[in-house]
Design a protein around this ligand. Sequence first.
Ligand code: PHE
Ligand code: ZN
Length: 885
Amino acid sequence: MPDAKPGTVYLKDYRPPAYLINRTELHFELYEDCAIVSSRLHLLRDGSVAQNASLQLHGQELELLSVAVDDCELSAAEYAISADSLLIYAVPEQCVVACRTRIRPQANTSLSGLYKSRSLFCTQCEAEGFRKITYYLDRPDVMSVFTVTVEAQREHYPVLLSNGNLSEVRELAAGRHRAVWHDPFPKPAYLFALVAGDLSHTQDSFTTASGRQVTLRIYVEERDLDKCQHAMRSLQQAMRWDEQVYGREYDLDIFNIVAVDDFNMGAMENKSLNIFNTSCVLCSPEITTDSGYQRVQAIVAHEYFHNWSGNRVTCRDWFQLSLKEGFTVFRDAQFSAAMGSPTVKRVEDATLLRTAQFAEDAGPLAHSVRPESFMEINNFYTLTVYEKGAEVVRMMHTLLGAEQFRRGSDLYFERHDGQAVTCEDFVRAMEDASGVDLHPFRNWYAQAGTPHLTVRDEYDAVRQCYTLHVQQSCPATPGQLEKLPFVIPLAMGLLGAAGNLPLRQTGTAGDVETSDNTHTVLIIDQPGQTFVFEGVTERPVPSLLRGFSAPVRLHYDYSKSDLCALMRRDADGFVRWDSAQVLAIRVIEEVERQLFTGAVPLVDPLFIAACDDLLRNESLDPAMVAEMLRLPSEEYLAELASQASGANVDTIHKARNIVRTALGSALVESLLARYHSLDSVLAYAPDAEQIARRSLRNTCLSYLVSAGPHNLELASRQYELAGNMTDRLAALKEIAFYGAGGLRDSTLNSFYQDWRHEALVVNQWFQVQAEIPDSQGLSRVQALLAHADFELRNPNKVRALVGGFTNQNPVNFHRVDGTGYRFLGDIVVALNGLNPQIASRLLTPLTKWRNYTGRAELMRAELERLATEPALSPDVFEVVTKSLQ
Ligand code: PHE
Ligand code: ZN
């Protein structure tokens, strides 16, 4: 761990590489105590960039055994080694640099570089992990053709994998064997991968549009072979979809997925050898919930889509991360929408964005989609880069229309195939193909912060004229005090008594084509603008930000009856859902005020009636009804409150519970009717229709339990009879949260006994307990840290237990005595040395300290304690220091 403060890297300092590596030959000898890595790098100096004949390669935690240039071993006087580089004082313009290094995968707990996940050797190189394997130009704009030889003991490592095609296998002396892999596509080192272990696989195939046969394999432990079907099907669906929607074909004869238990993220798009967290591949009805199935489908697709958006065309530098991630998240969202319910998918994405990304944008770590500087790149795999980045691509899609957007993506892939490029190159391809000037639009890449859109309206009944005044502004963010206007596509309609009204707009704006004259997209690109509609025969309710057309905070002063009207009758599903949310937020906030003044809390009957209507409406998609009935999370309510006077977690928790209970009690009859009618005898399938039914049924169950403890019987019965994890876990959660101690403990126990052999289920068991909002919340989690199945070194377990607690159990995390914060601080200290990436990610809830009324000082104090810890990793150091600024 470096003791010196980590330095800051700036985008403005980017220089092209002084050397290219045309070919990379790697040779791995894997042993039980170490690995020996031999490399041959075929280098070529770029005279236009190089200052002199020296060569500096990246390298960390490597033991250099020898280094040679053109097969002449160098003497100690000819090079210098530092903690993160190898400097060779002089090399010829064209040469082969060969290194032999020893590394210790067995001792690598950071899960970056070459490491062991249980008995498996595997790699994770993005972003800068390759430098922990061998000395190299570990930067994405150095692209090379890799040939990789792997040698290991045959008995324990029968499967030896790397990127590309298998070109040779051979038995060696002493029970060892070797495989040689060659990847014909030049790639940056971050896409390199290697796997060695005792794995089984399932195999299928895919025939590309042009008739090429591709072998598809998923490698897992033998016991998990029966859990790969869904991932395989998802892969095939993704491959077909990318051909049909983007014209992108797969480019090699083989595509492998490997599942590993210990992984920092969801999955990784290494060329033709994707490595996945087991939680993002394995599925079976007994162990996986519906949302788990959907996550697997989305992530398999995401990694596959990277083959074009990321691998064939990659990033010039890590400031451009959103070039591949924003675009690929947009692509996987389009795919998920096409495979399921588009409105539900949009609601989920908007919820994530508004709850977590808006908070990031409003906090001390706010950064633009294309950041200008970082200390540790691993801290920039953020919601802003991924999710807001995807929204930025989506807005271009909206502004250009599907057809021009496709022309733009075709041009982008064609123009930049085999290159490492920038976000600017992406936007330019979109402009060149469509003829649309996106110049002012680029502010979305450069400016951090969530824009506010404030809308006012006027109706002139005599002239039948309706006017919208729209103002935009954006709060200051660290390092960016003043902002230029954003280009904001504001999708909208007008709702009258009998439905949406035809739109006739005076003047210019709104030059986006729409198929229907009741829907339009206004282009907001000034601080203040006015839009006038003619022939409006009644005072309408504006339906604004349809489909969540931009990642902004919308302010319009709706009355409750306006919201009910939109909820019931607007043509846009997103607006209907959002109106229900806004109404629920209003009602919860009213109760908060009543609690504050000591008045008897009263839940507005208008809201209860609107929910009853929803429940009784059998013509609506049950999944949408479930989403509309779901109360906003405590986290989101806290985020909203922090925008005003600050969040009081206890009041939010209480008020939300009062509303839940009132709703449950008032609607028992409709809830029971719906709960029973949604029961199903069909065999489990993760299809949209079944998922929708289970989602609404479990929503009903939850409200019924809130209506009174007697309804826990329903939960218990559901728990006993459940034929799938979705229903079982939903029931378990109700029992764990609201059951009396005896019932809760015995149900949690029997769940554990039933599933202790499935790590992924044990994680869900940890997480349910981490979220229990009772007064024992913290001590329960502390006790579970000592559970035989808990391991601090496994990120999934840490995320389930610690992340579940700090993110989903606000009343316990924010205990007024500060012990919740101390708990997190202690874990971060322990993880700082083991796995800095996970340590730094876990810290996120503490960075929001300014948002919490009455807690800010305690939270800050914990961060300050962390700041004084010796040997902080760059990852944790950056988050701690920036959040204290
Ligand atoms: N590039 C991966 C993805 O988004 C994420 C990842 C980043 C995985 C860093 C591991 C390490 O698909
Ligand atoms: Zn990605």
